[in-house]
Design a protein around this ligand. Structure first.
Ligand SMILES: O=C(O)CCC(=O)C(=O)O
Ligand SMILES: [Fe+2]
Length: 391
C-alpha cells in the first residue's frame, strides 16, 4: 500500500485553531470561583456526617445479636484438670464454674480424666445391646422389673407432657452400683432406683463396660460437687456427706428421626433434670442436644470430641434458690444417623431435705421453694415421665 495513503490529511480550520490555542500560552481568563476554590465547609460537613452514619450502620450491621451471644456461653469449656490442684487453682476454677452455672446452667468440661477407651468400651457394648431383638430387651422391661431400672423401649416415656412420646430407648441402672450392688441392707429399698441392679445377659461384657464408665464419671462428679461447693462460698466438703449412694446412670439410643417431622415427637422432649446435676457424654459428629436460652431459643449443644457436658438439675437449682440455673433441654436426632449418649445423674441421699441454702437467700432473692426430700422430688418427676401424659 503506498505510504501516501497514511499521510496526515490536512486539518480542518477548526482543528488548526484548537491546536494553536493549545500551544499558545493560556490567556489570562477570569478564574471561575466554582472550580478554583476549595469546596465550601458545608460539603465537608456533609461528607463527615455521611461517613459517621456509615460507621454507625456498620457497627449495627455486624453487632453480635443476642441469639449468637448466648451459644458462646454454652460452648465455653472448663478445663477441670486443676480440680484437685492448689487452693488458688481450685478457687479460680470454681469462679469460672459459678459463672457458667448462673448464666446458662450447662457447660462443657475437658481435662476430666475419663479415658476414651472407657467410653469406646461402653459405646460398643451399647451398640450391641440396642441392636438385640426387642423381645430380648423387653425381658428386662423396667415397668416389670420395678424401680425404674432396666430397659425402656421407644416411646415408653413422655418427659414433656405437651409431647407425644420420647423417641429413644434406654437402659438404666440404679444407684446401688459395684460395692453396694449386692448389699440388700444398705439404703432404703423403697426409694426410686434402689434395690439390686439387673443386667442383660448379652452382649458379654456389658455390665463391666457400663460399670467402668460409671466409676470414671463418678470420680468427675465428686470433683464437681466440691467445685460447686466452693463456687457457692460453702466449705469444699459441703455436699460430701449427702452423696454416698445417690447417682444413677442411663445409656441411651436415639434412632434417626425420618419421615415427616412431628414437633411433638422428638428424641427426648423439653425437660429439666431431676437430681442435682448430670454429666452427659454425647456421640461426636451428631447434633441432637439443645438448651433453651433465656430468650426461649433452642441453642445447639454441639458435641465436641473429648468433652463431657455438665448441666445443673432441679435439686441443685432448688438448693441454691435458683442461683444456679437448671436449664430446660431436649434431644432431637434429625441427623439421619443412629445416636448414642450416656447420662450419669448425680443426686443426693434420698432423705436429704432440699431447701434453699441460707447464703443463697437475700432480700433480692427471697425463698423460692418449699423444702422437699430428694427422694420424694425424684419419684414425683420420674413417675410423671413414665406414667403420666404418655400417649
Ligand atoms: O441424650 C441427650 O443428649 C440428653 C439426655 C438427657 O437430657 C437426659 O437423659 O436427661
Ligand atoms: Fe436431661
Amino acid at each position: 500500500m503506498p505510504a501516501a495513503q497514511y499521510q496526515r490529511l490536512p486539518s480542518s480550520p477548526r482543528d488548526e485553531d484548537r491546536e494553536a490555542s493549545a500551544r499558545a500560552p493560556s490567556p489570562k481568563r477570569p478564574i471561575d470561583p466554582r472550580f478554583d476554590r476549595p469546596p465550601p465547609a458545608a460539603w465537608k460537613r456533609i461528607a463527615l456526617i455521611l461517613f459517621l452514619a456509615f460507621l454507625f450502620w456498620l457497627s449495627y450491621a455486624i453487632r453480635p445479636t443476642k441469639q449468637s451471644a448466648k451459644p458462646e456461653v454454652i460452648y465455653a469449656s472448663r478445663d477441670i484438670t486443676n480440680a484437685n490442684g492448689t487452693r488458688d487453682q481450685k478457687s479460680a476454677l470454681a469462679f469460672e464454674i459459678r459463672n457458667a452455672c448462673m448464666e446458662v446452667g450447662a457447660f462443657y468440661i475437658t481435662g476430666h480424666g475419663v479415658h476414651h477407651e472407657t467410653i469406646d468400651g461402653l459405646l460398643s457394648a451399647m451398640k450391641a445391646y440396642f441392636s438385640l431383638p426387642l423381645e430380648t430387651k423387653m425381658k428386662l422391661y423396667h415397668k416389670t422389673v420395678g424401680n425404674f431400672q432396666g430397659y425402656a423401649p421407644l416411646l415408653d416415656s413422655n418427659i414433656d407432657p405437651s409431647n407425644r412420646g420420647d423417641l429413644l430407648e434406654a437402659f438404666g441402672v440404679g444407684w446401688k452400683l459395684l460395692v453396694l450392688e449386692n448389699d440388700e441392707t444398705s439404703g432404703n429399698n423403697d426409694l426410686p432406683k434402689a434395690g439390686t441392679n439387673i443386667w442383660p445377659l448379652e452382649p458379654a461384657g456389658f455390665r463391666e463396660a457400663y460399670l467402668n464408665y460409671y466409676h470414671a464419671a463418678l470420680a468427675v462428679g465428686n470433683m464437681l460437687y466440691r467445685l460447686f461447693a466452693l463456687a457457692l462460698d460453702l466449705p469444699e466438703t459441703y455436699f460430701d456427706k449427702t452423696m454416698e449412694s445417690a447417682h444413677d446412670m442411663r445409656a441411651m439410643h436415639y434412632p434417626p428421626q425420618t419421615g415427616p417431622v412431628d414437633d411433638r415427637i422428638v428424641g427426648l422432649g423439653a425437660h429439666t433434670d431431676f437430681k442435682c446435676f448430670t454429666i452427659l457424654w454425647q456421640e461426636p459428629g451428631i447434633q441432637a442436644l439443645q438448651v433453651l436460652n433465656s430468650e426461649r431459643q433452642w441453642i445447639n449443644v454441639t458435641p465436641i470430641p473429648g468433652t463431657l457436658v455438665v448441666n445443673i438439675a432441679d435439686q441443685l437449682g432448688r438448693w441454691t434458690n435458683e442461683v444456679f440455673r437448671s436449664p430446660v433441654h431436649r434431644a432431637v436426632n434429625r441427623s439421619g444417623m443412629e445416636r448414642y449418649s450416656i447420662a450419669v445423674f448425680f443426686g443426693t441421699n434420698s432423705d436429704v431435705q432440699i431447701e434453699p441454702i441460707p447464703s443463697c437467700i437475700s432480700l433480692d432473692r427471697p425463698v423460692k421453694y418449699e423444702p422437699i426430700s430428694a427422694g420424694d422430688y425424684e419419684r414425683k418427676r420420674i413417675e410423671a415421665m413414665f406414667y403420666q401424659g404418655t400417649p
